[in-house]
Write a protein that binds this ligand. Structure first.
Ligand SMILES: NC(=O)c1ccc[n+]([C@@H]2O[C@H](COP(=O)([O-])OP(=O)(O)OC[C@H]3O[C@@H](n4cnc5c(N)ncnc54)[C@H](OP(=O)(O)O)[C@@H]3O)[C@@H](O)[C@H]2O)c1
Length: 296
C-alpha cells in the first residue's frame, strides 16, 4: 500500500492534508512534537531543532508534504538562527533524506519570497524577499531544487508558493465568525492587502501537484488582492449579517504593530495549464469559510 508522509501534522495545512488523505486507500503517517498526539496510530515524533530521528531512514513514502515550520514573520525576525535551523537546515536535511529514497517532496512556500509591492510574481520570476521569513523560504526553495536536480535525487520536489490560507480555526477569522454571527462588530484593517485562498483549495492544489510528481515551482493564489476589510464585507454577505458590523480601521489605529505587509497575489500562468487549477475568486473563499464555520 502506498504511504504518504505529512510532516507537521498539527499545522493548519498538515492537519487538513492528513485528514483528507486518511479518507482514501493510502497509508498516511504524520509527525508531531506534541506528546499527547504521539499516542495516536501513525504519528511519529519529529522536532526540527533536533537531529533527524532514526525512523526517517526507514520510511518508504511515495510522497511527503513538509508543513512543519516557523510560520510567524515576527518570530523569524526575533530569532533568525532558530528559524533558519528549522526552516532551512533541518527541512533541507529531511527533504534530502526522503528524496534520496525516492520520495517526492512537496514544500509549501510563501509569497514572502517576493517583494511586497514591486516586480513580477510568476513561478519563474526572480525572488526578492524583504523579511527574514521570506529570505529563509527562498533559501530553502533554492536548496531543495538544487538537491533534486543537480544531485539527481530519484524523488524530486515541488515548491508550492501559496497566498494566505484562511480558516475559521486561524486568526483573525477564529474571532470574526463567532463575533459577526452573534451580531458583534469587528475592526478589520482597511489598508493591508492579501489574496486569500480557502483551506480546501490549498489542500486540493497541493494534492494535485503531488499527483503530477514533476520537479518545479508552482503557485496557488487568490484571484484578487483586496484589503482585510473588503474581505470582511464578503464574509458578512456570505453569513447574511448586516454590513454595519464591519468597522474598517487603518493598521496604525488598531493598536500595536499589525502584520508585516507581504506580496498579496501570485501569478499562476505556469501552474494553471499543468494542473487545470485557477486563481480562486475571493467571494468563493468567503463562502467556503462560512461553510467551514457552520460545519464545525
Ligand atoms: N497558512 C498559510 O497561509 C500559508 C501560506 C503559504 C505557505 N504556508 C506554508 O505552509 C506550511 C504550513 O503552514 P501552516 O500555516 O499550516 O502552519 P501552522 O499552522 O502555523 O503550523 C506550523 C507547524 O509547524 C510546527 N513546528 C514549528 N516548529 C517546529 C519544530 N521545531 N519541529 C517540528 N515542528 C515544528 C508547529 O508545531 P506545533 O503545532 O507543535 O507548534 C506547527 O504544527 C509552512 O511552511 C508555511 O510557511 C502557509
Amino acid at each position: 500500500m502506498e504511504t504518504i508522509l505529512v510532516v507537521g501534522g498539527d499545522s493548519l495545512l498538515g492537519y487538513a492534508l492528513a485528514k483528507k488523505l486518511r479518507t482514501g486507500s493510502r497509508r498516511t503517517i504524520s509527525t508531531s512534537r506534541r506528546e499527547t498526539r504521539l499516542q495516536a496510530d501513525g504519528v511519529y515524533r519529529l522536532d526540527l531543532i533536533e537531529s533527524l530521528p532514526q525512523w526517517v531512514t526507514g520510511i518508504a513514502a511515495s510522497c511527503a508534504f513538509l508543513c512543519a515550520a516557523v510560520t510567524r514573520i515576527r518570530e523569524s525576525e526575533s530569532n533568525p538562527e532558530y528559524a533558519r535551523l528549522v526552516n532551512v537546515t533541518r527541512t533541507v536535511e529531511l527533504a534530502e533524506a526522503l528524496m534520496s529514497r525516492g520520495t517526492f517532496v512537496v514544500f509549501p512556500s510563501s509569497t514572502a519570497v517576493f517583494a511586497a509591492d514591486s516586480g513580477d510574481a510568476r513561478e519563474s520570476s526572480p525572488v526578492a524577499p524583504e523579511t527574514t521569513y521570506g529570505r529563509l523560504k527562498a533559501e530553502a526553495e533554492q536548496e531543495l531544487l538544487h538537491r533534486a536536480r543537480r544531485c539527481r535525487a530519484p524523488g524530486g520536489t515541488a515548491i508550492v508558493r501559496i497566498t494566505k490560507v484562511v480558516s475559521c480555526s486561524k486568526e483573525p477569522f477564529r474571532d470574526w465568525l463567532p463575533a459577526l454571527s452573534a451580531g458583534r462588530a469587528i475592526e478589520p484593517y482597511s489598508d493591508l492587502a492579501f489574496s486569500p485562498v480557502s483551506l480546501a483549495y490549498a489542500v486540493e492544489g497541493l494534492l494535485a501537484i503531488a499527483r503530477l510528481r514533476r520537479t518545479g515551482v508552482y503557485h496557488l493564489s487568490g484571484a484578487t488582492a483586496l484589503t482585510y476589510s473588503q474581505f470582511a464585507f464578503m464574509i458578512a454577505e456570505a453569513l447574511g449579517v448586516d454590513r454595519s458590523l464591519i468597522v474598517p480601521v487603518p493598521r496604525h489605529a488598531a493598536g500595536g504593530q499589525g502584520p508585516h505587509p507581504v506580496r498579496p497575489a501570485l501569478d499562476m500562468r505556469e501552474t494553471s495549464p499543468l494542473l487545470g487549477v485557477f486563481p480562486q475568486p475571493s467571494h468563493e473563499v468567503a463562502e467556503q469559510l462560512v461553510r467551514e464555520y457552520r460545519g464545525r
